[in-house]
Design a protein around this ligand. Structure first.
Ligand SMILES: Cc1cc2nc3c(=O)[nH]c(=O)nc-3n(C[C@H](O)[C@H](O)[C@H](O)COP(=O)(O)O)c2cc1C
Ligand SMILES: CC(C)CC(=O)C(=O)O
Length: 407
């Protein structure tokens, strides 16, 4: 039985061919940022209160005007349908069963319409802007027609990050057998057999694209770099505002200046994210950027933290630092690969029960009442080893003016 996200990860590793697992794990360049996303959570320690009635725990939150049963959002992940047949639909169903938001990637295997039809979860659509603005506009219109509630524009992929392992593996869409991976694929016949029931093995929203035939496997970076527009600017945010009637979310914000610019354009929510360390390497850990962005927006936009969450305690730390909710990527993908819909539900249940236990032990029964006073903001000497090895220094965290830290 999987009792932690790491257990699900190990199961996913056993069940997936190496090239597919490597794609999920993929970090750019030296993997500094991916590792920092995890490591930096260790720098935030708790200040627990005792003798508080914690017999009832409330981990609900509000986001974009909606009350949500859980602060966990399933983030956009391209090609999730390679982990299990109809993978996006299964994950969206799991999200619905737990009251979580599911975000569908532009680059999913399942289409905008298939996923909307399969799930009653609150759905967000993640957008990559294509050079052909006609394609972009039609994606937005399809999402609107299918009932997606928010449009989540990813702003940290002007070009694809350098995922060296995918390049070594010759990872393509559809995945191709070649001399170097044939033995590995044969060792994962269960996956091969399961995937025979998949409707397709390429980007579902672009099935008619001439570059995407079964006969013509393309490298993900080659394809996306040829289609995504590296010239996207704030003007496009204004354009999207004009064609999308609902809330707009920007994902991939990593500094105060961009946060303030987004607020000035009326963007409703920002996702502090470095794409799980898959894009620009040597960005700081997302949790270390969070206070800067929270302080910059001054409550005029909601802030979501994304990157490195593997424990409920990570979620509690992010909420205490001012996030409204947290996105997870790999944790639910591990669950999906390990056991389909039930695996995603397991991932959500593991994180939720860890949130609840952490809140109880912290003496704060309501997630919405967390603030920075729940954390020790200065890394004590016991953390020196961690801070030294992470190159981040002990005082990266700006204090909120008038914070309750000393109370
Ligand atoms: C396999 C995979 C595919 C991803 N695809 C997308 C995508 O299509 N669009 C996007 O905005 N982010 C994408 N991401 C980034 C995630 O949305 C999220 O930012 C990241 O996974 C968070 O880090 P975590 O995996 O540590 O939770 C992807 C991440 C992974 C692992
Ligand atoms: C298919 C890719 C474009 C998805 C993505 O954004 C990623 O792998 O990080």
């Amino acid at each position: 039985m999987s009792v932690s996200i790491e257990d699900l990860r190990q199961r996913a590793r056993r069940r997936l061919p190496r090239t597919v697992f490597d794609y999920v794990e993929g970090a750019s360049d030296d993997g500094f940022t991916t590792a920092a996303n995890r490591r930096s959570f260790e720098r935030y320690l708790f200040r627990a209160r005792s003798l508080v009635d914690v017999s009832v725990i409330d981990h609900s939150t509000t986001l974009l005007g909606e009350r949500l049963a859980t602060p966990i959002i399933l983030g956009p992940t391209g090609l999730a349908g390679l982990l299990a047949p109809r993978g996006e639909e299964l994950a969206a169903k799991a999200a619905a069963s737990r009251g979580a938001v599911f975000t569908l990637s532009t680059m999913s295997i399942g289409t905008i319409e298939e996923v909307a039809a399969a799930s009653s979860a609150p759905l967000w659509f993640q957008l990559y802007v294509w050079k052909d603005r006609g394609v972009t506009q039609s994606l937005v219109e399809r999402a609107k027609a299918a009932g997606y509630r928010a449009l989540c524009l990813t702003v940290d992929v002007p070009v694809m990050g350098n995922r060296e392992q995918d390049r070594r593996n010759g990872f393509t869409v559809p995945p191709r057998l070649h001399f170097s991976n044939v033995m590995d694929v044969l060792r994962h016949l269960g996956w091969v057999l399961r995937m025979t029931s998949s409707p397709r093995a390429t980007f579902g929203n672009f099935v008619d694209h001439p570059a995407l035939t079964q006969a013509n496997a393309v490298g993900v970076a080659r394809f996306t770099n040829s289609q995504f527009d590296p010239a996207v600017t704030w003007k496009d945010v204004e354009w999207l505002r004009s064609i999308w009637p609902g809330p707009l979310v920007l994902k991939g914000i990593s500094c105060a200046e961009d946060a303030r610019k987004a607020v000035s354009l009326g963007v409703e929510a920002l996702v502090v994210s470095n794409h799980g360390g898959r894009q620009l390497d040597f960005l700081p850990a997302a949790i270390d950027v969070l206070p800067e962005v929270v302080d910059a927006v001054e409550g005029r936009s909601e802030v979501i933290l994304d990157g490195g969450i593997r424990r409920g305690s990570d979620i509690v730390k992010a909420i205490a630092l001012g996030a409204r909710a947290c996105m997870v990527g790999r944790p639910f993908l591990y669950g999906l690969a390990a056991n389909g819909r039930a695996g995603v539900e397991r991932a959500l249940d593991i994180l939720t029960s860890e949130v609840d236990r952490t809140l109880a032990l912290l003496g704060c029964p309501r997630l919405s009442e967390l603030d920075r006073s729940a954390l020790r903001l200065d890394a004590p000497a016991s953390l020196e080893r961690v801070t030294t090895s992470s190159h981040l220094g002990p005082h990266a965290l700006p204090r909120r003016a008038g914070g309750t830290h000393e109370s």
